[in-house]
Design a protein around this ligand. Sequence first.
Ligand SMILES: Nc1nc2c(c(=O)[nH]1)N[C@H]1C(S)=C(S)[C@@H](COP(=O)(O)O)O[C@H]1N2
Ligand SMILES: [Mo]
Length: 443
Amino acid sequence: MLNRFIQRAPEHFLSREQIHEVRAGRRGFLAGAFAAAAAAAGHANAQGSAAEGDANILNLPAHSKGLGQPVAARGYGLPSEWEKNLQRRESPGLTRIGQASVSFCPLQGLFGIITPSGLHFERHHQGWWDIDPSKHRLMVNGSDDSLLKRPMVFGMDELMRLPNVSRMHFIECGANTGMEWGNAAVPTVQYTHGMLSCSEFTGVPLRTLLELCGVDFKRAKFILAEGADGSGMTRTIPMSLVMSGEVLVAYGQNGEMLRPENGYPLRLVVPGVQGVSWVKYLRRIEVGDMPYGAKDETIHYVDLMPDGLHRQYTSIQEVKSVVTSPSGGQVLLQKGFHNVTGLAWSGRGKIRRVDVSVDGGRNWTQARLEGPVLSKCLTRFNADFVWDGKPAIFQSRAVDETGQIQPTYNELRKVRASRSIYHNNAIQSWSLEENGEVKNVQV
Ligand SMILES: Nc1nc2c(c(=O)[nH]1)N[C@H]1C(S)=C(S)[C@@H](COP(=O)(O)O)O[C@H]1N2
Ligand SMILES: [Mo]
């Protein structure tokens, strides 16, 4: 369809005779006779118009005639050689050093809702580490002794003996789409929306640990989470989220241990809340009775409002969606049918509905939500599009189960102006030009 396999011939129609030749070639080979294959190869030289057929199927390549690789040639499997283009990518010049930067997830090339762990976006304030799990500890304490009876220090083996749960959730950096506040700034969905990923996380509900430590839940209203890396990452999280059982002290990601880039061996999972609260290399939880006012919640991750004041503690990621394909930088090679696909999510719960427009928001049709549709998780949507060769503008607009609707840029700027960095959930537009190229635009 698009430029994922640009070398693939657009048409695959074969004549009845050609189909017969292909089948005869296979049988002939099995019988030890190569005549049919040779004839097929001869035919392949006459490769021409689409109506002639795709000659690739007429050849018997080496992999049809010899022995393949043995088992366990790779103890840990890797993607195909042909998929090398699908990579996390840095935005050059975004930060001075790579240790305080972001790598963006290639949303344009992914299917379904789960992000392969090796393509999960990365955001480090001071670089990543591969910490020895046998030496890692998690301390749970109170801001004063009356809030928590038994301060405790857990090793990984102790945590992993406790009852665990596995849940699928998205994580989105609060700064995702932050470069687009003023105008269309970056070319691809990888850079506009790629600080977004979704995994199945496994861990112990934080509530379980707090119960073990004897927390006074009537008076303890907040927790502070602290990471073990040099960034001094600390965030306040309201106890109400912890009490819901959703906040996890997680060690598992997509069936295996967390990747080092994503906080190995322990990270906090705070469903629906911006990524910065998902503290990696988690080393300490403190229970308190008021917000901590840490640096990463007072001067960073705040919203600059039209009156010049900053709004703090806007942690929930509001309803949002994006068409991931066709998207900026891709090329439609042909007129006719194209599947339009994308992702929708909300920090407030499930996605109720996604509408898609192909004319810049004048007309909308309801997209198909592909299951499962889970709370605070990515939801995949699909819609049909038949391209007549004329320009088009793709948009998607999500509605969540609380009735929140994703705003247009005009609607969002009326409330938030355009000098913010964080929490941009506006409708994204991709313009399809007559030559098939797709570009980032704002309408
Ligand atoms: N210890 C620690 N935790 C951290 C960070 C960090 O730099 N150090 N970055 C935060 C930010 S801003 C985000 S968006 C998420 C990114 O998680 P990821 O790197 O697994 O995608 O981790 C958060 N947790
Ligand atoms: Mo972030």
